[in-house]
Design a protein around this ligand. Structure first.
Ligand SMILES: [Zn+2]
Length: 395
């Protein structure tokens, strides 16, 4: 993993000024020398100045994991306008996705990045070459429409996705070379799709789950996963800082177990994030950090602490929980649920945003997947000793 700091940023800027392409060491295995040479040739021939920086951004580095931020910093430092091509951060082996950021702003590049991703999801070099080719040829909009079936007029089952964003009819922003907000757009697109398909989308309690077009599904999931990943790191970091800053009154022995619980939750959450981990683990780290924070607050007040259950339907739901009836297939059980989920369950409806992960290409409720202690305990909703169950698993 390359962390972008000031010296490295200078190095990238110099390299981009030289031949327009920079490939981070950890991506050398993904982008062959031949591909890099072709990228340099494509950049040299591009009608708009183009800069390709292939690097795995990290939200803890100078860029906050944001391709737009990297492009903005380089542009500010060097005053070079044009198109910047930077991969979005990805979790483990999800498909690559490029973000094309242009100065001055050009929303039309969204389709080039989407089409290139669909054609070469796992080959970063090929995807980047294709994106440059699409920007140059101007074919991206047409291919994007074909890909999403918008001009076929058929019910192909892939659904229709509105074409590229046409935002900013003066939304009050003073845009200075604003970046293409691919993620936000993709989410908006899906919300649109969901709404329009709502009647078909809520078939039966046991009917087939609503499926999004795969490309859209993966984009939305990836955005959600990235959000959870970023939040997990931020929450765990904040817990560590709060632990460091906390003052424990040694005369209040009653709070020592709470203090220890805070440290243990921090420790396990940090270890989860430090190793290779899944989107389900990132959600777990958020839950652990929240519990660690509650334990720390109790310790600082000189009190004891014991974990309390969260919402079974989605551990990221906040607020107090109450017991509510959950009908899962033929079985009916009482589960802790937040106020919103509880009222949906009481009314016999399925709550709107049960925590899902993609399995076999479709969103699946997390408790139907084998996610170890996460699914077995409902992220601590069914068995409040989540930490204990996690440590069991680790032997
Ligand atoms: Zn809930």
């Amino acid at each position: 993993m390359t962390w972008i700091d000031e010296p490295l940023l200078r190095e990238i800027e110099a390299e981009l000024g030289d031949d327009g392409v920079w490939v981070a060491p950890e991506l050398r295995a993904e982008v062959s020398p031949a591909q890099e040479a072709r990228l340099e040739a494509a950049v040299a021939e591009a009608s708009t100045p183009t800069y390709v920086a292939l690097v795995e951004l990290d939200h803890r580095d100078l860029t906050d994991g944001d391709p737009g931020q990297l492009a903005g910093m380089i542009r500010d430092d060097t005053d070079r306008s044009g198109i910047y091509v930077v991969p979005q951060p990805r979790i483990s082996d999800e498909p690559y996705r490029l973000e094309l950021v242009s100065y001055p702003k050009d929303d039309g590049l969204f389709t080039a990045s989407a089409v290139a991703q669909a054609e070469h999801p796992d080959d970063l070099g090929a995807q980047t070459l294709r994106a440059l080719e699409l920007v140059e040829s101007g074919d991206a909009d047409r291919l994007y429409d074909e890909m999403n079936g918008t001009d076929t007029g058929t019910e192909s089952g892939t659904g229709t996705v509105p074409a590229a964003p046409s935002d900013d009819a003066g939304a009050g922003t003073d845009v200075v070379g604003v970046l293409v907000a691919v993620v936000v757009v993709a989410v908006a697109v899906v919300i649109g799709v969901r709404r329009r398909r709502a009647p078909a989308a809520l078939p039966t309690a046991d009917g087939s789950p609503f499926t999004l077009p795969p490309a859209v599904l993966s984009t939305v999931r990836a955005a959600e996963d990235r959000r959870n990943e970023a939040r997990a790191h931020a929450d765990v970091l904040a817990l560590g800082e709060a632990v460091d800053a906390a003052h424990l009154d040694p005369r209040r022995a009653a709070s020592l177990p709470a203090w220890q619980a805070a440290l243990d939750h921090y420790d396990v959450a940090r270890r989860i994030l430090d190793r290779e981990h899944s989107p389900a683990d990132a959600v777990g780290a958020i839950v652990l950090a929240g519990r660690g924070r509650a334990a720390l607050d109790a310790a600082v007040r000189g009190r004891g602490w014991s974990p309390s259950p969260g919402c079974y339907l989605n551990p990221l739901h906040e607020g107090p929980v109450a017991t509510a009836p959950w009908h899962d297939g033929a079985t009916a059980v009482q589960v802790p649920a937040c106020a919103r989920c509880a009222s949906a369950l009481e009314a016999g409806r399925e709550p709107a945003d049960v925590l899902d992960f993609v399995a076999d290409g479709r969103p699946t409720h997390y408790f139907h997947l084998d996610l170890g202690a996460w699914s077995r305990t409902g992220y601590g909703a069914l068995d409040t000793d989540l930490l204990g169950r996690l440590l069991d698993r680790r032997g």
